[in-house]
Design a protein around this ligand. Structure first.
Ligand code: AMP
Length: 379
């Protein structure tokens, strides 16, 4: 299909309806687009702000056809969409990122194989499809290790750290025959990520690497920019570019990296969509990640990813609601702090309900302000 430009006034279709879709939809509305959202849920974060929320299963071909007929271009906010759904949509409407990109990135094993075939450094891994491979994995990688399901994992779900052989057997049993990947457990110095866009003509724009701090495997804080050497920054951006090119991808990609205690840069995961570690760009970059995604899928010129000011983002998980409604009044007394809430009705432990972004003259100042604001919510 020849590339088309979808100007403001066109209708953007979004598959998936969580907070990423919500922030993308809000941006698209700001730029004068109409937005239709498709997901199996109702009254969703993205559906609440879209022009139309379609609730149907990703396997419902009739509903997909109706969705395709109502939009000019389709993108995703969630990568675990069945590739068949994307292929069906593609018969009627352009879809970015392209379905083969999702086929790779929604499956840890295919993703790791793809990266290691490219010669990109990844954590040593082995596929585990049966007990023999589990045993062989432990022999090859040693313990501790991490066992992860190959599909449908996010925010630490579907992964277990293995210290002993007994734990490995129990973990494998709990995953009930799902295809798995075993990884060596790496001693990390820190974790960073790079978000970048690649247009149809190969034009590339990257945000600077940011540092991600996790708690219980869930992103807790992002600090922008990451305090790493210029050489490492350049290397991370260069690897991101190579991955986008090898995927021949048109869209926005987040690459999560590990920096080992030996100073090695390893790719952990790919996400072909906006990412939690890019939320700070809404206030701190010239063009934020959601506008960049909109631009790239609509064929508009890519925006300027430059950082205007150091920033820190703090996630607000459902745990904050356990003692009642967070104290918004007190937290909002701090400035410059920006509150984002995703419109989720039910606060559950570990569920991402919103985030705060703080700006500062240094990363450290922004980080302190973000911490202080979040602490105030908990009074
Ligand atoms: P993932 O879902 O694979 O991104 O894992 C979530 C988090 O778990 C990562 O961001 C790391 O903090 C930690 N983690 C995952 N895999 C490993 C590993 N092989 N070695 C050390 N830490 C890991």
């Amino acid at each position: 299909m020849t590339s088309q430009v979808h100007l403001p006034g066109s209708t953007l279709g979004i598959l998936g309806s969580g907070q990423l879709g919500r922030m993308l939809a809000l941006t698209a509305k700001r730029l004068g687009y109409r937005v239709h959202v498709f997901s199996p849920e109702r009254d969703t974060p993205a559906g609440q702000v879209a022009d139309l929320e379609i609730t149907a299963d990703y396997t419902d071909l009739t509903a997909l056809k109706r969705f395709a007929q109502g939009v000019d271009v389709v993108t995703i906010e969630f990568e675990n969409i069945p590739v068949q759904a994307l292929a069906a949509l593609q018969q009627d409407v352009p879809v970015y990122p392209q379905p083969p990109v999702l086929e790779i990135t929604q499956h840890r094993l295919r993703e790791k194989q793809f990266l290691s075939d490219l010669g990109i450094p990844v954590v040593p891994f082995v596929p585990v499809n049966n007990i023999q491979e589990l045993q062989a994995g432990m022999a090859q990688l040693g313990l501790p290790a991490v066992l992860k399901t190959a599909g449908f994992g996010y925010d630490g779900k579907g992964q277990v750290r293995l210290e002993t052989e007994a734990q490995a057997l129990a973990a494998y049993e709990a995953f009930a025959g799902q295809a798995c990947v075993m990884e060596r457990f790496v001693a990390l110095e820190r974790e960073i990520s790079v978000i970048a866009a690649r247009a149809e003509d190969g034009t590339f724009q990257a945000y600077r690497p940011v540092e991600n701090r996790h708690r219980h495997h869930i992103l807790d804080f992002t600090l922008a920019p990451a305090q790493v050497s210029e050489a490492l920054e350049a290397q991370a951006i260069q690897l991101t570019r190579r991955i986008l090119e090898a995927l021949n991808m048109r869209g926005l990609l987040c690459v999560e990296f590990f920096i080992t205690q030996q100073g090695e840069l390893l790719v952990n995961e790919l996400a072909p969509r906006p990412h939690n570690s890019g939320h700070y760009t809404i206030e701190a970059a010239v063009c934020d990640q959601f506008e960049q995604q909109l631009r790239v899928v609509c064929g508009l010129p890519l925006g300027d990813p430059s950082l205007r000011q150091p920033a820190a983002m703090a996630n607000l998980l459902g745990d904050l609601w356990m003692k009642g409604e967070p104290d918004w009044q007190t937290a909002l007394g701090l400035s410059p702090v920006y509150l984002h809430l995703y419109g989720k009705q039910e606060a559950r432990a570990g569920r991402k309900m919103g985030h705060l972004t703080a700006l500062g003259n240094s990363v450290e100042a922004a980080f302190q302000l973000a911490q202080q604001a979040r602490e105030r919510l908990n009074r």
